[in-house]
Design a protein around this ligand. Structure first.
Ligand code: DX5
Ligand code: ZN
Length: 212
């Protein structure tokens, strides 16, 4: 079953409780985008927001770290109660020990890549990934246009995962909406992140249902 992960980056921060409620009721995961202004040209939110959401979250938190030196913060995010933690391939010299660190802290480990990084770069690490996060926009901002080459990238990755007999899941993030959800799932995606499509909609529940 496809999991829908609304991205809190697009929520109404003055009424965060209301948007948290929407995720609890209708979605499968909280997608939390942490940005440091170094790996990506934007700064989002950090521990105070993640900890506040953790107190109300009834579905697991999926923390997407768009930061340099993710290894320095994994333990602390795990302690907030995150169930999934991903960090960027571009952010580390060797992903392997960092994936191990995520798992040692009791979380599912994910490796994320930007659209300009060949998916084959992930192949050597697939065995150590519980999931991979394929960016379908350049990491840094919500509300960008979905990049169409993502379909091929997801297919290529899925073929490799299957060929190796692995159960690594594919998560797709950026510009995802009911318009591309079905095709992404057909290509092999199992987790769909959607920020603007969900929170800027008049009826977020309807959009989540449509994406399933
Ligand atoms: C972008 C983030 C995304 C973003 C998705 O760097 O990783 O999770 O919030 O937002 P939409 O769905 O609006 O593209
Ligand atoms: Zn994200």
């Amino acid at each position: 079953m496809t999991q829908i992960a609304p991205s809190i980056l697009a929520a109404d921060f003055l009424n965060l409780g209301k948007d948290v409620e929407t995720v609890n009721k209708y979605a499968d995961l909280f997608h939390l985008d942490v940005m440091d202004g170094r790996l990506v040209p934007n700064i989002s939110f950090g521990f105070p927001v993640v900890e506040a959401i953790a107190k109300k979250a009834e579905v697991p938190m999926d923390v997407h770290l768009m930061i340099t030196h993710p290894e320095c913060y994994i333990e602390r995010f795990a302690k907030t109660g995150a169930k999934m933690i991903s960090f960027h391939y571009e952010a580390v010299r060797d992903p392997e020990p960092v994936l191990g660190l995520v798992k040692e802290n009791g979380c599912l480990a994910g490796l994320a890549i930007n659209p300009d990084v060949p998916v084959s770069k992930l192949f050597p690490f697939l065995y150590a990934c519980d999931f991979v996060l394929i960016m379908s926009v350049f990491a840094g901002f919500g509300g960008q246009k979905f990049i169409e080459t993502t379909y091929e990238r997801v297919k290529e990755l899925k073929a490799e995962i299957d060929a190796r007999g692995l159960s690594t899941k594919i998560e797709v993030d950026g510009g995802v909406s009911p318009a591309n959800a079905k095709k992404l799932v057909e290509c092999g995606a199992e987790i769909l992140v959607a920020g603007s499509a969900v929170f800027k909609a008049e009826d977020p529940a309807e959009v989540i249902a449509a994406m399933r």
